[in-house]
Design a protein around this ligand. Sequence first.
Ligand code: NDP
Length: 474
Amino acid sequence: MKIGNFIGGAFVAARSGATIEDVNPATEETIATIPDSNAADVDDAVRAARLAFPAWSGTPAAERSRLLLKLADLIERDLEPLARLESEDSGKALSLARRLDIPRAVANFRFFATAILHDSTEAHVDAGLSLNYTMRQPLGVAGLISPWNLPLYLLSWKIAPAIAAGNSCVAKPSELTPLTANRLAELAGEAGIPAGVVNVVHGYGNKAGRALTSHDDVPMISFTGGTATGAAVATNAAPRFKKLSLELGGKNPNVVFADADLDEAVATSVRSSFWNQGEICLCGSRIFVERSIHDVFVERLVAATRALRVGDPLDPDTDIGALVSEAHMRKVLGYVQVARDEGGTIATGGTRVDRKGYFVEPCVITGLGCDCRVLQEEIFGPVVTVTPFDGEAQSVEFANATRYGLSASVWTRDLGRAHRVAAAIDCGTVWVNCWLVRDLRVPFGGMKESGVGREGGFESLRFFSEAKNVCVKW
Ligand code: NDP
C-alpha cells in the first residue's frame, strides 16, 4: 500500500518524493510506504487549510454538525476494516480495536457534532452602564499532532472539536501508525467535508511535526505524546505565541486499600496494567497495595497476568498483541533489566516471546520503592510494579512521588477516604473503584509534567476558539 498526504482534498506524494516504510510489528513486514514530508509539504497543507477556513468558519453550526455526523456514520460503517488497519499498523489486538479504538472515534465525531448545537456564550450586564457578551470564534488553522498508541481514537479527539468549532486543520499522525488517518481523510471527503478543512501530512515528528509547530500561519497546536517531545513542541510554539494544549506522559498510581473489593480491584488492575500492551497513557503502571493484603493481591494479579494470551493480534482470543516497534520493545525489555539491577523481583513475564514480531510477556515486578527508575520513568509497555504501603497518608505520598500527574485509580469501600485521597493526589483524573470510564463531557488533561491545559467537552471547544468580549454602552 502506498499512501499520500491529504492536502486540499487530494492525495499527493511528498514534494521531495521521499518515503518511509510502515512496518506491521506483529509480522515485521512492511505494509505501506508513506510520505517523508518536510516543511514544504506542511506549507502546502497549511495554505490549503487557510484557503478553506473562511467558508468553513462561516458555515452554520447545524451544517457543520450534519457533515461531522455523516463522517461518524461512515467510520461506523467501516468499523471492521478500520479496526483491522489499526491492529496491523500498531500491533494491538483486533478485538480491542473493534471494541475501543474505532467506536471511540465514532463517538468523538458524534459528541462534538452535537455539542456545537447546544453551546452558548455568556453575557455580563453592568446595569446602567454596559452590556457585555462573549463571542467564541474559530482561530484559523489548527495543528494537530498525535501518537501511535491509540491512533484514530486520539486523532479524532482533536480533529472533531477543531473542525466542529469552525477551524480547518493540518494533522500529523505518528509515522509508526499512519493508516487509519489516511482512511479518515478519504472518509472526510466522502462525507462532504469541503476540501482543505481536513489535511493530513505524514512524516517524522522532528521534521514534519516540527515544521507544523513552528509554522507562522498555525495559531494553535494540540499535541499528544511524550513529555520530552512536549517540551520541544512548547519551545517552538511559545515564542510564536501559539495557543498550546499538551497532553503528555504518565506514571499513574493505582492505589488499593485493604477494604477494597479485591475481585474487582484485581480484574480491573489487570486491564489497567496491560490493555493495549500497557501502551495507554492512562495505564496504572505503579500499583500500591495496603500491606495487609499485598501478598494475596500479588498472588492473584500474577495468576491473572499469566492467564493473558499473548499472540497474533488478529486472533479473536488474543489479549495482548505486539509492541509498536522493535525500538520500543527494546526500551521496555531494557526497563525489565533495570528493575533486576535495582533489586526488584520479576514475579512474572518480562521476556520477549519466541516468535516473529515484537511481543513481550506481561510483567509484574515487586520489591521496588518509589525512588527506583522503574517507578519514576514512563515505560509505556506491559510492565507494572506492586509496592506495599501503610495507611492513607503514605498511600498519597507514594502516589504523588513522581514528576507526572495524569491519572490515578483508588480502590476502597470507605467513601470518606475515597474523597480525601482523590482530592490529595496531584493529577487530572481520579477513578474511584474503576478505570478508564470516560464521559466525553468531562475535562481531561494532566498536572505537573503530564501536560498543560484541558481538553474534553466544552474545554476542547474553548481551546479551539478564541473568546472575544463585545461591550455595548447601556
Ligand atoms: P512522541 O512524543 O514520540 O510522539 C508524539 C507525536 O509527536 C508523533 O506524531 C511524533 O512523530 C511527533 N513528534 C515527535 N517529535 C516532534 C517534534 N519535535 N515536533 C513536533 N512533533 C513531534 O510520543 P509517542 O508517539 O511515542 O507516544 C507515546 C507517548 O504519548 C507516551 O509518553 C504517552 O504517555 C503519551 N500519550 C499521552 C496521552 C495523554 O492524553 N496525555 C495519550 C496517549 C499517549 P513521530 O512518531 O514521527 O516521532
